[in-house]
Write a protein that binds this ligand. Structure first.
Ligand SMILES: [Zn+2]
Length: 154
């Protein structure tokens, strides 16, 4: 049986997809937990789409959990729209280029903001260290860009 934590993540992911990620509607997305440094990770292979969530996230508040999941779904949307070959090339290149990695993360946050979920990623960014924030869109930029888009709540 799936743990209550996984069930909670699945419910949020289902709601997000129904409401704001139509491109992912027919994807089978597996969610699992692992003890790891990152809070969330996404694997986007043709044979497996998987979101991996750190066991640490179990004690996070709702808004922060939504922020983590919407971030991973936005990676999926970008990958799906650009295609598997693009994903594969980027996956390899980001191991060598921090700049490219930062660019991808920035674009991912932009997808989230355009869909109206900026407030949820603010919860994720709030207590991060300088090191964790590096390369990601700063809070003040999210706050500014958010104002141009209709806010969604789930
Ligand atoms: Zn990311």
């Amino acid at each position: 049986m799936r743990s209550k934590y996984i069930q909670r993540y699945e419910e949020i992911v289902d709601k997000l997809i129904k409401k704001s990620f139509p491109v992912l509607k027919n994807e089978e997305i597996e969610i699992c937990e692992r003890k790891m440094e990152y809070r969330g990770m996404a694997e986007f292979w043709p044979w497996r789409k998987r979101i991996i969530i750190s066991t640490r996230v179990r004690r996070y508040r709702y808004e922060k959990v939504v922020g983590i999941l919407v971030h991973e779904l936005s990676h999926f949307e970008m990958n799906k729209k650009k295609g598997f070959l693009w994903y594969l090339i980027v996956w390899v290149l980001t191991h060598y280029s921090k700049r490219l990695q930062y660019k991808i993360e920035w674009e991912t946050d932009m997808i989230i903001i355009r869909k109206g979920y900026g407030r949820y990623i603010l919860f994720c960014k709030k207590n991060q260290t300088e090191k964790q924030r590096k390369g990601y869109m700063p809070i003040r930029v999210v706050g500014r860009l958010m104002k141009d888009f209709k806010e969604e709540r789930i």
